[in-house]
Design a protein around this ligand. Structure first.
Ligand SMILES: [Fe+2]
Length: 476
């Protein structure tokens, strides 16, 4: 069932590429792409994992076959030596001379021998059109996850954005090994996964399954997000025990091993922003340990969106959907607290996961009653989320077809990327939907495709069989 058609092979052929000298022992995780700390259409970050050794590694790239190979820049290595798993090294190197939106080739050498070849695509510039695939709750390692990965691959996006719950069930490095890398960095493109993350960068927000485990004695390889992802560090500087970073527990040796591996990424990579194409993306930690009444967080978010006033589109990703009609997780509405900031900052769309189905709201504005009220702590001092009452205003004139200019923020729940579906009985039971919900698809796995062409943005929800199940157009 290997997927292969002419033309498509050029961009996404890394699985079929010969990987001269590539031995099973060369990599613990084969090379994968990240947007890095300072994303641009000319740059991408390449990471790979290998055994701790004195091997000499080199990553190179070129923008066309005729060109000479260009050495990557600022190669770093970070040893991950948390207990319970064999120590390994995360290598990271920058490609900074890419042509925006263009296919490029890269290769990785070990001790002078090429052990990996691939083709990939640079991020788009402001003037170019682009496609992003978006889903939460993907990294379950299920057959549905694998099929969704294959569908995303066939859709040829420029980037994949994960709305949290990157890896089940505890965000462990050992779980990435079985549930993430084999699916999204598969050598072949078929119903077992696809060579996606070696061809285009992934970005992600943390979900509860990625970030709630903080007991490093029980799970020393927890919080692997901070070891494996490389994303901007331009968010607020939190400290453990503060308003948005819970305390890590465990023996000093386990904590030191975690800190040494994560470096400056922990905890700062929890909230950040970047530009891609003509859009500004703000990525937030919606976990219930975060107090979104905190003035530091609110000020940062307000300023971040204000600074992005010139972007054509402003998009937000976090994990817990706050305008959710599912019976599952209905009470976890803590992110409603920032709705007024998003409205003031002229955010167009919020993408969330957590609830394993697809939902779309009317464009809406919301005035929360609970601003300034401390949410109640749950077991183990990790808050479980709480209802936030208030008053919403819905734009029912927007239909995404004839009327394409929304008055308010559109909230998308796209958590049907691989885990068991929630509340299939509600799809036809429209009386069970909250008044802000206008589309609810919970009987089939699906993911979101966002196509942007200047001032026209199209959202399509595509099911696991490749069938479009929802579509709206938004224009400026
Ligand atoms: Fe979740």
């Amino acid at each position: 069932m290997r997927y292969f058609i002419l033309g498509f092979a050029l961009l996404f052929s890394s699985g079929a590429y010969s990987q001269a000298g590539n031995q099973p022992t060369d990599f613990i995780v084969k090379p994968y792409l990240q947007i890095g700390k300072t994303p641009s259409p000319q740059s991408l970050q390449l990471l790979w994992h290998a055994a701790v050794s004195n091997d000499v590694w080199l990553a190179e790239y070129k923008n066309s076959v005729a060109n000479e190979w260009i050495k990557s820049e600022n190669q770093t290595s970070s040893k991950i030596a948390v207990s319970g798993i064999e120590p390994f090294t995360v290598y990271s190197a920058a490609f900074s001379g890419l042509i925006p939106g263009s296919t490029f080739m890269y290769r990785v050498s070990k001790n002078g021998n090429v052990v990996f070849n691939a083709e990939a695509k640079a991020l788009k510039s402001k003037e170019q059109s682009y496609r992003v695939a978006i889903s939460g709750d993907m990294g379950a390692g299920t057959n549905m996850s694998k099929k969704i990965a294959f569908e995303i691959y066939k859709a040829k996006p420029d980037m994949v954005a994960i709305a949290g719950d990157i890896v089940y069930s505890r965000g462990l490095a050992s779980e990435y090994k079985t549930r993430f890398w084999p699916v999204y960095n598969n050598d072949e493109a078929d119903t077992s996964g696809a060579p996606l993350i070696r061809s285009i960068p992934f970005v992600a927000s943390v979900g509860n399954h990625d970030a709630l485990i903080r007991d490093l004695d029980r799970f020393p390889d927890a919080l692997a997000y901070y070891h494996f992802w490389d994303q901007p560090l331009n968010g607020p500087v939190g400290k453990e025990g503060g308003a948005y970073v819970p305390v890590l527990t465990g023996a000093d040796a386990n904590k030191k091993a975690f800190y040494d591996g994560a470096g400056e990424k922990y905890p700062r990579m929890s909230n950040f922003s970047f530009d891609h194409g003509n859009a500004h993306w703000t990525i937030l930690d919606s976990n219930p340990y975060v107090d979104w009444n905190d003035s530091t967080l609110r000020d940062w978010l307000t300023k971040d969106l204000a600074a992005a006033a010139n972007a054509t589109w402003r998009l937000v990703i976090y994990h817990h959907p706050c305008f959710n009609s599912s019976r599952a997780h209905y009470e976890q509405q803590q992110m409603r607290l920032i709705a007024p900031i998003l409205e003031q900052g002229k955010v167009d769309i919020v993408f969330a996961g957590h609830v394993h189905n697809y939902q779309r709201t009317y464009p809406l504005t919301f005035k929360p009653d609970n601003l300034g009220i401390q949410l109640v702590a749950g077991p183990n001092n990790i808050k479980t989320g709480k209802t936030v009452n208030g008053r919403w205003t819905l734009d029912k004139n927007f239909d995404g077809k004839r009327n394409t200019k929304p008055n308010g923020v559109i909230y998308i729940t796209t958590g049907a990327g691989g885990q068991g579906l929630y509340n299939p009985e509600q799809q036809k039971d429209t009386d069970s939907w909250q008044r802000f919900t206008t589309k609810f698809i919970s009987t089939v796995h699906s993911y979101t495709i966002m196509d942007v062409n200047g001032t026209v943005l199209t959202l399509s929800q595509v099911d696991i069989n490749g069938k479009e199940v929802d579509r709206i157009k938004i224009t400026k």
